[in-house]
Every structure is written in C-alpha cells, then in structure tokens.
Design a binder for this molecule. Structure first.
Ligand SMILES: Nc1ncnc2c1ncn2[C@@H]1O[C@H](COP(=O)(O)OP(=O)(O)OP(=O)(O)O)[C@@H](O)[C@H]1O
Length: 348
C-alpha cells in the first residue's frame, strides 16, 4: 500500500460531444507540488474542477488518501473534500481586512484559536504589518498571499491554485512563485497549480503534467520533461529546440546532417527519425562545423544567433560580451556529444 495523497485513474470528462479530459492518470505524494501545464483549452481547468468536486467525471476515479472522491458509485461534494482553492482573481472580500479575510474559512472555530491561526498565517506569508488593511490598500502580490493564507487556514488536505499569478506583472510573478513555493513547503502543504507559463511551473512544481487536447502527455519533474521528453509534443512544448531528420545506423546511433549522433531510444536500422536538438547543444567556437551567421538578435544579456550550416538553419544563445556578430560572418561550432531524444517519423 503506497501513501499516495491523490490518485487519478483513467479520468475523463465530456461536455456533450467534447472530450475535455481524456483518460488522465497520475498520482501526487504528500507534500508534493504538482502542476498542470499546457496551452489554452487543453483541459487544465476542467481537471482542477473534477478534483475540487465542481464537475462529475464521465469515467474513471479520483482517490484522496486512498478513499474514493468520485467514481461510478461515489461522489463526495466539493464542500466535503477538504480541498482548498486559490482563484485567478484572488476573490478577496473587499469589505474585510487582511486578517478577516484569512479568518473567513474558520467559522465555528473558537475565537482564541482563530486569532492564533491567523497570526501564524500572517507570519508565514509575511503580512503582519498589513493585517488591518483592506484588499485595495495592498499590492497585487500581497493580495495573492492573503488569498493563499485564507485557503490554507482550514488546513486543507490539498490546495488547488488556478492560474494564481495571471493578473500580476511578469517580474512579480516569478518572485511570487518562488515565495509561494517556500510557504507551501514550510507548511508541508500538497498543492496543484494550473498554468500555461513554463517558467512558473518550473519555479513552483515538483512534478509537472504536460497536457495536450485533454490528454496527459507526461507527468514528470521539470528536468525530466526537458531532458527526457517521452513524445514529440512534450519536446516541442517544453523549452526551445530544433527537429533534425535522421536515419538509424545502429542500435543507438543515427546519421543526420550534423553527422553521426547518439540517440536515446532504440529503433530499427534505416528507420527515419526526428532528432531533437536544444540551442545549448550548438557549441560555438569549436572547429568542427563551419556555418554562416544569418542574424544576431541582441536581447540584453545575450544574443540569439541564427546560423546556416549547409541547408540547416540552427539557433543558439551567446552571452553578451565585447564580441560583435555580423550577418554572413563565418562561425565554427560543434554539436554537444550527448544522447539525443529521437522519435519515429512517418516518412520513408
Ligand atoms: N462548461 C463547459 N461546457 C462546455 N465546454 C467547456 C466547458 N468548460 C470548458 N469547456 C471546453 O473544454 C475544453 C477544455 O477547457 P478548459 O477550460 O479545461 O481548458 P484550459 O486548459 O483550462 O484552458 P485555459 O488555459 O484557456 O483556461 C475547451 O475546449 C473548452 O472550450
């Protein structure tokens, strides 16, 4: 028997003919922060609504601490699931102070206990000095921390955060993502975050699920998604890269227009494959391949260099230095010697 906190088993949700969530299975361990990542309309919010109890599954099962929340026979109502929610727009009560907002979910609890709990949460989210202010008298980031403290107050078993940073500006978002992660970790709180922003997912989550049209493509750590994508969708969606055609030579090598490279999956000899190469795999200044610079885009701390090698367009990043780059200039590079992710292609 595992001590899984949340398990989803082949969970599906249909809205009429539309299959919004298709056979999704994964599990979350106690204290883990998970994340649903994917483009708009891929079913992230629908899945969060299934877990919170705002939607009934069309098929499959949700278990919390081994007990069914929803399956063919059972449906535990949202208010009985001990699952907290933090919404996109924070949904704070404007006529209540920060402390009153945090205390809101503690109805029926003794006053002294409420006071202690609110004080501890104010400390945790670093809002002691703002406790008597109203939501309009604090910043967006502070409002989000109030929303987090309010959702944590009743000690939920699991916290769900639906695009919690989307109304904040980008510099605040990454700071707050780190900050909220440390608050959750300090409290050993299990949580699931929904976002379409990779940097936010990377900053907050232990495990990330990449979704595509209602399907969970991969549930993994950020580094595994980046370095060992299990499908072309995940490789293309996470980070940046190039697809290069190749033909399988031996069990773990392929011939490509960048030479013979190692591949991480096993294919049959002569099979056509697409190999995924990251920008950081193009190592400049090593005299193996000679290319021409097509363009150099100055991006502040770095240049994005587009280069042409035979008929192949590649790009990489170079830290800004005194070097300048001219269009048409020759430049040498080598391909990083590692095993590359590769996938079978339909072409012969
Ligand atoms: N109540 C509903 N009735 C019918 N279709 C719906 C309903 N809610 C969502 N959908 C559809 O289900 C699909 C998944 O929607 P969902 O909101 O779960 O996606 P999402 O990944 O959260 O998107 P976003 O990032 O834009 O919020 C979409 O095609 C959407 O139009």
């Amino acid at each position: 028997m595992t001590n899984t906190l949340l398990s989803l088993e082949t969970l599906s949700l249909n809205y009429g003919d539309l299959k919004a969530v298709k056979d999704v299975s994964f599990s979350l361990m106690p204290g883990e922060i998970g994340c649903f990542l994917g483009p708009s309309g891929c079913g992230k919010t629908s899945l969060l609504r299934l877990i919170s109890g705002f939607e009934k599954p069309s098929a499959g099962e949700i278990l919390l601490k081994g007990l069914p929340l929803a399956n063919e026979q059972t449906f535990v109502k949202a208010e009985d699931r001990k699952i907290g929610m933090v919404f996109q727009d924070f949904a704070l009560f404007p006529h209540m102070t920060v402390s009153e907002n945090i205390a809101f979910g503690l109805a029926g609890v003794k006053r002294k206990v409420v006071e202690e709990k609110v004080q501890a949460l104010l400390d945790l989210v670093d809002l002691v000095a703002e406790k008597n202010r109203y939501p309009h008298q604090i910043s967006g980031g502070q409002q989000q921390r109030v929303a987090l403290a309010r959702a944590m107050a009743p000690n939920p078993t699991l916290l769900l955060l639906d695009e919690p940073f989307s109304s904040l500006d980008s510099t605040l978002r990454s700071d707050l993502a780190q900050n909220i992660r440390s608050v959750l970790k300090k409290n050993k709180m299990s949580a699931i975050l929904v976002t379409h922003d990779q940097q936010e997912a990377f900053a907050m989550a232990d495990k990330i699920g990449v979704f595509d049209q209602g399907r969970l493509c991969q549930w993994d750590t950020a580094t595994a998604l980046y370095h060992q994508p299990m499908s072309q969708e995940v490789a293309s969606f996470i980070g940046e890269g190039h697809w290069i055609a190749g033909k399988v030579l031996t069990e773990n090598t392929a011939q490509t227009s960048l030479g013979v490279i190692k591949i991480s999956s096993r294919f049959k000899k002569d099979e056509s494959i697409a190999v995924h190469i990251r920008p950081e795999d193009i190592i400049l200044g090593v005299k193996e391949c000679e290319a021409q610079i097509l363009s150099a885009h100055f991006q502040g701390d770095r240049y994005k260099l587009e280069i042409l090698y035979n008929d192949l367009r590649l790009f990489t990043y170079v830290p800004t230095s005194k070097d300048s780059f001219q269009e048409g200039q020759s430049i040498y590079f080598a391909l990083n010697k590692r095993e590359y992710s590769a996938f079978a292609t339909d072409s012969q």
